[in-house]
Design a protein around this ligand. Structure first.
Ligand SMILES: O=C(O)C(=O)C[C@]1(C(=O)O)C=C[C@@H](O)C=C1
Length: 462
């Protein structure tokens, strides 16, 4: 005889749930009837294929739900099973006589006397302690209730969601995005380019920005990864590996560095300035001092009232900290673009509806042509690489290789970061990575995300 499939039980279960919504007591009787009949109809041992405890739990929960969570009488209710004569152990028969009940705690027994079940029903006279987690949840609810209550004086109620709130998430409404620096930093502008309606959250350091996402203090982080004239921001490559966040997007931003100072201060009066713009600053003959971020430099000029100093920062920073712009376009190369990564706790589902990029990191064994082989897995499948970066393996910077011809040698051990132009959903990308995995000693996909194909507007045009 064909064995019943497990989903049959799910069908009964979902039917009962539906019934319980429209008519709880009718549903209770129906489930009792189904169960009662089933114990005679189903063949002996038919449940051997099922995870018995789950079946019992399922039905017990069903009855429990139907009875509105109150103590239910199990009299007359059998739990699905074959006849009592079935051998082989396990849950063979759980008829009425097998259902134990004492002090309000119901439990179901194995045929051989082993307690089985399931969801015990606690004695109503014994108070159940609420866990700390539950307490805080309850406390939170009470507070939320309080917040939601109408206040006669202020006549204020929480704002209702409107249809625009539902279409705006891609614009970042209600999304908190962390960046390194102070308000007015280029990274903040990048966050706003990605999510125009987001709430930006300034962070002191790059790794604080990563942690803020990991700890769910914010939803996203936007971090600079490379600049067209200055190259890679190595710190962020290293942090990408030490934190398990996912790259879900990228933003390219044109960087227009402005020289700014307190109102009334002239260029000639500046003795110190943040240096990123070597050529023009060398003409000014100033002492250069690096700061954490450009906006931070502007903020110090303003807060410390430094009349002999200037800062290189954005137009927004000048506005925020009340500084005068003495010169714009301080960067050596007029086309000065920084690429930022958008990071999140969860990856996005890659698509093919628009150009996608994938970022990976891997390590290789020492040997002739291994890096060449690694890169070939992409060219063989017509996949373009847009970036390759190598970083020393900080935990194991040197590896010892023994070669029969040349003896033992020590090599730098590298991590290779590659960005390639394909979505992880494409078979060619999956095949390339499967191929790479054959000889890579470590391979990790950092993210597959839409390529930023927008024009790089300068700060003022954002
Ligand atoms: O200092 C800022 O405003 C930043 O956002 C940081 C940062 C960087 O460190 O790369 C970002 C983009 C610019 O190229 C310059 C500085």
């Amino acid at each position: 005889m064909e064995k019943p499939e497990r989903r049959d039980f799910n069908k009964v279960w979902s039917l009962e749930r539906r019934l319980s919504v429209c008519c709880p007591s009718l549903a209770l009787y129906v489930v009792k009837a189904v169960v009662f009949i089933a114990q005679f109809v189903l063949p002996t041992n038919c449940l051997k294929e099922f995870p018995c405890e789950e079946v019992v739990r399922l039905f017990f929960e069903c009855l429990w739900v139907l009875d509105g969570g109150k103590m239910i009488s199990l009299d007359g209710v059998g739990i699905l099973g074959g006849g009592g004569g079935g051998g082989g152990g396990g849950l063979i028969c759980l008829k009425r006589r097998d259902l134990g009940r004492s002090h309000g705690v119901c439990f179901l027994k194995w045929r051989y006397g082993r307690p089985l079940c399931a969801k015990p029903v606690e004695d109503e006279s014994v108070p159940v302690p609420i866990s700390a987690a539950e307490l805080s949840r309850v406390a939170g609810n009470a507070e939320a209730l309080e917040r939601g209550r109408w206040n006669r004086e202020s006549n204020a109620l929480p704002r209702q969601l409107s249809a625009t709130d539902l279409v705006a998430p891609s614009q970042g409404l209600n999304i908190r995005v962390a960046y390194q620096g102070l308000p007015g930093a280029f990274s903040e502008a990048a966050a706003l380019k990605a999510y125009p309606l987001c709430e930006t959250v300034p962070c002191e350091e790059f790794d604080v920005t990563f942690k803020a996402v990991e700890m769910s203090v914010v939803d996203r982080a936007v971090l600079p990864i490379e600049n067209s004239s200055d190259g890679s921001i190595h710190r962020n490559y290293d942090l990408l590996l030490s934190h398990r966040l996912h790259i879900i997007g990228e933003v390219q931003l044109a960087i227009n560095h402005c020289l700014m100072a307190l109102p009334g201060v002239k260029k000639e009066g500046i003795k110190r300035a943040l240096a990123q713009c070597e050529f023009k600053l060398s003409k000014l003959e100033v002492i250069q001092q690096n700061m954490h971020d450009t906006a931070g430099a502007a903020q110090i000029i303003a807060s410390d009232n430094l009349r002999d100093a200037g800062a290189i920062a954005s137009v927004q920073a000048a506005e925020i900290y009340g500084l005068n712009i003495l010169e714009t376009g301080m960067q050596d190369l007029s086309d000065n673009v920084t690429r930022f990564l958008i990071l999140a706790r969860e990856p996005i589902i890659p698509g093919t509806d628009r150009p996608f990029k994938t970022s990976i990191v891997f390590t290789l064994n020492e040997g002739p042509g291994v890096l060449f082989k690694a890169l070939a897995v992409f060219s063989l499948r017509n996949i373009s690489l847009t970036k390759i970066e190598s970083r020393p393996q900080q935990k194991r910077p040197l590896k010892v290789v023994t070669d029969s011809n040349h003896g033992t040698a020590k090599y730098f051990d590298y991590l290779f970061y590659i960005d390639f132009e394909a979505s992880m959903i494409e078979p060619r990308a999956q095949n390339a990575l499967a191929h790479l995995q054959e000889f890579a000693t470590f391979l990790h996909v950092l993210g597959s995300y839409p390529k930023d194909t927008s024009k790089c507007f300068s700060q003022e045009k954002l």
